[in-house]
Write a protein that binds this ligand. Structure first.
Ligand code: HOZ
Length: 428
C-alpha cells in the first residue's frame, strides 16, 4: 500500500500539533511508521487519504458499534444541527436520552452527561469521595480511566504503550491517594483495604479490562469486589466506557449480574460524538450540584448534537433484540479463525475475548493482568500490525488496546481478516 499523502499530511500536522496527533496512540510510536490519515468511512470500512480501503477494527476505539456513518445517527445529527448547535440551556432531548439510558442499564436512577469518558470517571470519583467523605481510591494496574491526574498511576492504553504509566505532572499529593491493585487479584485488594481502614472512598475498575488488550474478570472476581465494598463502606465504580451498551444493553453489570454503585459511560453512548456520562442510584446522584454539594459542570454537557447522536444510537441498540448476540457470534467466528491459522503456523499466542471485544497477545499462557499483558512480544505485534495493515486490515497501533467489533462487518470481511492473519503467519 502507498501512504504518500498520509505521510505528507503527518509532516504538516507535526509542525503545529504535538507529535502530529491529538491523542498519543494515534502517532504509531508503538509500532513505527506513519499514521494513516482518514478521509472518510462507511460501515465496516475506512478510506484513507491515499485511496486505500481498510477493514476497521478500532471503530473510533469503540463507539461505532453499528458501523461508520450509520444513517439514523447521521440523520439525527443533521436534523439537530439545523436548529442550533449549542445553547448551554436545558433541552428536551437530554431527558429523552437519560430516560432511555436509565431504562436500559440496571441499577441506576439518574444519569449526568459530560463530554468524555475521562470527565465521567473523574466526576464519578469526586462524587464517591463527596458521598463517603473519604479520600483514597483503589485502581488496577493497566486499567485506564482517562487522563485525569488520579488515574495516571500505572495506567494502561497509551500511557503503557509509551512506557509512561505514571505521568510527570501528577503531584505526589494526588498520587498518594490512588492505591494500586493487580487486576483479578482479590487478595491484593483485601490487603490494601486492610492497610487503609476507613480511608477508601471507592474501587474503580473496568469490569472487562480493555486498555491492556482485552482481559476478562476471573470467575467470581467482580462478585468478590462487590462483597468487599459492601463490608467496608466502599463504593464500587464500574468504568463501562468501553463495555457500556456494547457487551449487553445494560453493559457488564447485566452480563455478569453485578451491581456497581456508580457507572461511567463514554464511546457508544455518544454514537461517535463527544459524550460521557456517569450514573447511580438517587441516594448517590442527589449529592451532585445543584441538589447536593459535589460540584460538576460543563458548557457543552448535554450538547444537542451529541445528545441526538447518542439517542439515535441507543434507540437502535434498544430496538434490535439480537444485536449483542450477533456481535458476539461474529467475534467468536473471528477468534476461531485467527486461532486456527496461528496454531497451524505455530505462532505462539493467546486470544482474549468477551462479547465484541477481542485481543491477540503474542505470548503463551493466560493474560489476566498487566504483568501478563506486558509480557507479550512487542516485536511480533509490530510485524503483525504492519502485515495486517498492508493487507487491508486496520487494528489498533498498540498491543495494549482491544479490537472493537462492529455489526457492519460481514462474514466475508471476517474471512478477509482471517486470510490477512494467514498471510502474516506464513511469514513467521
Ligand atoms: N487511549 C485511547 C484508547 N484506549 C485512544 C484514543 C484515541 O487515540 O482516539
Amino acid at each position: 500500500m502507498i501512504y504518500k499523502r498520509s505521510s505528507a499530511l503527518f509532516a504538516d500536522a507535526e509542525r503545529v500539533i504535538p507529535g502530529g496527533v491529538n491523542s498519543p496512540v494515534r502517532a504509531f510510536k508503538g509500532v513505527g511508521g506513519t499514521p494513516i490519515f482518514v478521509k472518510e468511512a462507511k460501515g465496516a470500512y475506512l478510506y484513507d487519504e491515499d485511496g486505500n480501503r481498510l477493514i476497521d477494527y478500532i471503530n473510533s476505539w469503540g463507539p461505532m458499534i453499528l458501523g461508520h456513518a450509520h444513517e439514523p445517527v447521521v440523520n439525527a445529527v443533521i436534523e439537530k444541527a439545523q436548529k442550533g448547535t449549542s445553547f448551554g440551556m436545558p433541552t428536551e432531548i437530554e431527558t429523552q436520552i437519560a430516560e432511555l439510558a436509565v431504562a436500559m442499564v440496571p441499577n441506576i436512577d439518574k444519569i449526568r452527561f459530560v463530554n468524555s469518558g475521562t470527565e465521567a470517571c473523574m466526576s464519578a470519583v469526586r462524587l464517591a469521595r463527596g458521598f463517603t467523605g473519604k479520600d483514597k481510591i483503589i485502581k488496577f494496574a493497566g486499567c485506564y480511566h482517562g487522563h485525569s491526574d488520579s488515574f495516571l498511576i500505572q495506567a494502561g492504553s497509551g500511557a503503557s504503550t509509551f512506557g509512561t504509566p505514571n505521568s510527570p505532572g501528577v503531584t505526589k499529593g494526588t498520587a498518594k491517594d490512588t492505591l494500586l491493585a493487580n487486576y483479578n487479584d482479590i487478595e491484593n485488594v483485601k490487603q490494601l483495604i486492610e492497610a487503609n481502614k476507613n480511608e477508601i472512598a471507592c474501587i474503580i475498575i473496568e469490569p472487562v479490562a480493555g486498555n491492556m488488550g482485552c482481559i476478562p474478570p476471573k470467575e467470581g472476581f467482580l462478585k468478590a469486589l462487590r462483597n468487599l465494598c459492601d463490608a467496608n463502606g466502599i463504593l464500587l465504580v464500574f468504568d463501562e466506557v468501553m463495555t457500556g451498551f456494547r457487551l449487553a444493553k445494560g453493559g457488564a453489570q447485566e452480563l455478569y449480574g453485578i451491581n456497581a454503585d456508580i457507572v461511567c459511560f463514554g464511546k457508544v453512548i455518544g454514537g461517535g460524538l463527544p459524550v460521557g456520562a456517569f450514573a447511580a442510584r438517587n441516594e448517590i446522584m442527589n449529592h451532585l450540584a445543584p441538589l447536593g454539594p459535589v460540584y460538576q459542570a460543563g458548557t457543552l454537557s448535554g450538547n444537542p448534537l451529541a445528545m441526538a447522536a447518542g439517542l439515535a444510537m441507543l434507540t437502535e441498540l434498544n430496538n434490535d433484540v439480537k444485536v449483542f448476540k450477533r456481535l458476539a457470534e461474529k467475534t467468536a467466528y473471528l477468534h476461531k479463525g485467527i486461532s486456527k491459522v496461528l496454531i497451524e503456523n505455530e505462532v505462539v499466542h493467546t486470544i482474549n475475548r468477551v462479547g465484541s471485544m477481542i485481543s491477540v497477545h503474542f505470548d503463551e499462557g493466560e493474560v489476566i493482568d498487566f504483568a501478563t499483558a506486558a509480557k507479550g512480544n512487542n516485536g511480533t505485534f509490530k510485524t503483525f500490525f504492519h502485515s495486517m495493515l498492508s493487507n487491508g486490515v486496520y487494528i489498533a497501533p498498540s498491543a495494549f488496546e482491544t479490537w472493537f467489533i462492529t455489526d457492519a462487518l460481514s462474514y466475508e470481511d471476517l474471512d478477509f481478516t482471517i486470510n490477512a492473519v494467514h498471510k502474516f503467519a506464513k511469514t513467521m
